[in-house]
Design a protein around this ligand. Structure first.
Ligand SMILES: Cc1cc2nc3c(=O)[nH]c(=O)nc-3n(C[C@H](O)[C@H](O)[C@H](O)COP(=O)(O)O)c2cc1C
Length: 473
């Protein structure tokens, strides 16, 4: 049955041993980030829990983190399924048959309503993530609701928000994000853009918020299909937008047209500081919240992180399907390596039909409106893309650097890629927009000698009677 809200989901995680409550007092301004980081360092994904900081120094509101993607297992629980295959099936069905949301008159998110100067986001336990480098606290898991002023189609997206005052934040909208298009259209009309920010909701809202999908789709409808029941929405108090009725916290307000100010820097998913740059500001007019709200944060910064987990799961399957079924390329498997923030570094195995097909594959990836595959490695189908040793072996012995390395210049880049420009160059500088791509064809291009290993049936026979050898008992 669909999780009603974030709370129901946290209970489900806890019952399955996937949520750890921390009752020790923690300081949101340095300790939360360090505890999250050590959790990623010390606990392998199979055992890694999401975290609930119940006792945040100076605040009554608890912080949960890692609840959508401390691991792929947790992502699967969020979608009430098992394993990556289950996740992919859920996404396929949801995109094929979205379930439109339903409007309610009111809901728990209206239990408390503050207007104007009553709003003080300083009362929320928003953590500082890269202490000593970030200029202050940042919201990392806002679900930002906006509408296209021409079509009225709604969007939900996650974009970092810098706390700039009691009722003011900055935003970073990547240039190709839906909210960025919406803002451009409002700027052309010289009208402020209404915005609602949801913090903490049932997991389906979070998964659609961080995933790219067609601009024509209502992301609440996709969320409804992911959870198997329509999302219940309520109208905002002060802006013509709708938010989930069971949201923990909602911030309502607007972005003034044609106005920017400096935002950032912020420790980013690349593992480096993303530079400061000119960005929009969000003036908050109203805040609504449930009694005893829970504050939710995403763990990001240097991968591996919750951010790289969520990105990888949400991107690998759509890209795989595009290459295999739209472009009809005989690929076997595809991995977005987390070290590359699950985007920059892609490894694909291919049942190559002819030499030259690798080029079709790399252009298939590069032709998308994304920065995917700045480094693209293509291997034969017998190489396991999930086994780094296997991939390194193919790179070492299947590649002639003078023939098998391709560089495509002047392609779309990722603005946060620190290799684009020195750190002093601001985020909005166009030099960050255009970069290059590299592909390495690590498939075998001619007849290779036999692989130097014992025959498979010998290995199987030894494996079957492994105990008899007394080596590993
Ligand atoms: C933890 C996390 C933080 C993110 N922060 C930003 C951000 O600050 N700016 C941005 O443009 N995209 C950010 N993204 C990526 C967007 O959420 C993602 O591209 C999403 O698809 C955007 O929504 P849209 O496709 O509806 O525009 C972030 C993703 C995650 C997982």
């Amino acid at each position: 049955m669909a999780y009603r809200d974030l709370r129901a989901y946290l209970t489900a995680l806890e019952e399955r041993g996937k949520l750890k409550r921390i009752s020790k007092e923690v300081d949101k301004d340095w300790e939360v980030a360090a505890v999250c980081r050590q959790t990623f360092y010390k606990i392998p994904p199979q055992r890694r829990p999401a975290l609930m900081f119940d006792n945040v120094k100076g605040f009554d509101t608890p912080i949960c983190a890692g609840v959508l993607g401390a691991s792929r297992d947790i992502y699967a629980i969020g979608l009430e399924t098992d394993g990556v295959e289950g996740i992919n099936r859920k996404w396929d069905a949801a995109l094929e048959k979205p379930i439109p949301p339903v409007m309610m008159k009111t809901g728990p998110c209206k239990e408390n309503i503050l207007h104007g100067n009553q709003v003080d986001i300083g009362k929320l336990p928003v953590p500082v993530w890269t202490v000593g480098e970030d200029p202050g606290p940042f919201f990392t898991s806002p679900y930002v609701v906006t509408k296209d002023p021409e079509t009225g189609i709604r969007n939900v997206g996650t974009y970092r928000m810098q706390v700039k005052g009691p009722n003011k934040t900055g935003f970073l909208f990547g240039k190709r994000q839906d909210a960025s298009w919406h803002l451009r259209k409002h700027n052309e009309l010289n009208q402020p853009m209404p915005v609602a920010v949801v913090i903490g909701a049932d997991p389906s809202i979070g998964y659609v918020s961080v995933s790219k999908m067609s601009e024509e789709l209502d992301e609440y409808a996709v969320a409804g299909a992911l959870r198997g029941a329509p999302v219940e929405l309520v109208p905002c108090e002060t802006v013509p937008l709708e938010v989930p009725a069971t949201a923990e916290i909602v911030l309502e307000g607007e972005i003034p047209a044609n106005f920017t100010e400096m935002e950032g820097p912020f420790g980013e998913y690349t593992g480096y500081m993303g530079p400061a740059g000119k960005g929009p500001v969000f003036n908050i007019k109203c805040m609504t919240f449930r009694n005893n709200p829970v504050y939710q944060a995403f763990i990001s910064q240097r991968p591996p992180s919750e951010s790289s987990c969520i990105r990888g799961v949400g991107r690998e399957w759509p890209l795989f399907k595009h290459l295999k079924y739209n472009l009809r390329l005989p690929i076997k498997d595809l991995r977005m390596k987390e070290a590359g923030g699950s985007g920059a570094y892609v490894v694909v195995s291919l049942k190559k039909q002819f030499n030259g097909q690798v080029k079709q594959l790399m252009y298939g990836i590069w032709s998308l409106r994304t920065g995917f595959g700045k480094i693209t490695v293509v291997v034969d189908e017998d190489i396991d893309v999930w086994d780094d040793f296997d991939v390194d072996w193919a790179l070492s012995w299947h590649v002639r650097p003078d023939k098998d390395v391709y560089i495509e210049r002047d392609t779309q880049s990722v603005g946060l890629d620190p290799s684009q420009a020195p750190k002093q160059v601001p985020q909005h500088d166009p030099i960050r927009d255009v970069g290059a791509r590299l592909a390495i064809d690590a498939t075998r291009k001619h007849d290779y000698p036999a692989i130097a290993l014992p025959p498979k049936d010998h290995l199987d026979r030894v494996a079957a009677r492994w105990k008899d050898y007394g080596i590993d008992s």
